[in-house]
Write a protein that binds this ligand. Sequence first.
Ligand code: AMP
Length: 503
Amino acid sequence: MQNIIEAIDKLASEKPEAVAYQSETETFSYQILRQWSNSLAYFLNQHVAAEKPIVVFGELEFEMIASFLGSVKSGHAYIPIESNTPLDRIQLILEVAQPAMILSVLPWPAEIPLEIPVLTPTDLAEVFNSEQEPIELQPVSEDETFYIIFTSGTTGVPKGVQISHKNLLSFTNWDLKDFGIKTGMRFLSQAPYSFDLSVMSVYPALCSGGTLVPVEKSVINDFKKLFEFLPKLALEVWVSTPSFIDICLMEKTFDGEHVPSLKIFQFCGEELTRKTAKELLTRFPNAKIFNTYGPTEATVAMTQIEVTDELLTTYDRVPIGYIKEDTEVLIYDGDQEVSEGEAGEIIIKGPSVSKGYMHNPEKTAAAFFEIDGVPAYHTGDAGRLHVDGLLLYEGRIDFQVKLHGFRIELEDIDHHLEKVSYVKQATVVPKYQNHKVQQLVAYVVVNDNDFEKAYQLTKAIKEELGEGVMEYMIPQKFIYVEHLPLTANGKIDRKRLINEVNS
Ligand code: AMP
């Protein structure tokens, strides 16, 4: 495949009635996907200045997918924003991104005053269904930015990772080749589109004539509904974080006997523990189970390994796998490559490495560089590369963590926590179990206040913090202290607190 947009449109010509998206209540064909995205592209071409990106606001609706494709067909990168994002965070994203337009698949929060034009859900539906005059379009191609995904930033301002058409193409071609995906399979679409894990469902499905099958948050949050729902979906390709499958495995009947359609499991985004991997092998003996690894900055994932009983007896941590063909991994100690087999920082070099963070030259320069003219990225992950090319993961070298698959910079939470009116100083640390973060613990020095009980204070702090950060970034436990420990050079000693909560 040479071009993502052309590949999806070709499928619409060859098999117009094939199902591109099927939710509980709605079914959309490839033909509709092409029609809607074309109508939107013609509209954007006439109404929106070139260059600037387009924000697409909603959850897992089909209109989100049609908006993504409409944007890139008209030459604009798109930025997915989940509708439950706190207003302050949306503001920060808009300040960085300076989008040309907002396509609101779900109603845009009225509290945000804007100069940027917003298409309401009704306007958008009208555009999709309108007869627009076909015009020559210049879709996003090569190194032009296809999408921008915002991730947690250490300064409290989210970083926009810019992924080009070339980056996405490199990822999608690999994903369609290395995992046994065949034409017309049914893919679980569970991760919000603002997380790059969702890309592992969207483009492999749409470029292989497959069907996206969304499982919305309202279902996930109601386990009874979720467990009734899952077997009915006839899913063939499962894409999720290990944390999500852990929830599903709570249901005893979630196995190959009751859900025989499942053939391929792809996990990414956080440690796949041996316990989860073992349970999956027992429950789904006829499926293929893959661990994959990669940061958003290198387009979703770039290593993979099939989990087998033998693998689990050989390694005490599930390896993150073999590197995709067009990419290279180097292990660095600072700026120097280490000797073979030694531990150090994982550096990714290849065509799926992003051009950097949007409008953020400082952070871009700190993490991205070139090796022999090829883009390279400092992952901040510690790892070890075996002689046979197998990559092993050994944690982080900084204070980024994964909680239930969500990527969080602890400094991002500290920053927003210290802005809370009751807080004088704060540091957040992770509590681990089996190499996975179970809980975030906040150590807080508070200002004088009138709360009688600590839980009342905690409730008030959590409420105020929730205005600035995503719900998953709110610490589960608060410990109130007189002062925070300092290192010899006067910085807050986070490592000491990490040892304290994990001892
Ligand atoms: P994200 O950008 O949200 O995809 O997060 C990327 C980070 O998640 C990586 O840098 C790793 O720290 C972690 N990660 C991703 N996949 C795995 C995996 N299979 N095992 C362990 N950690 C992972």
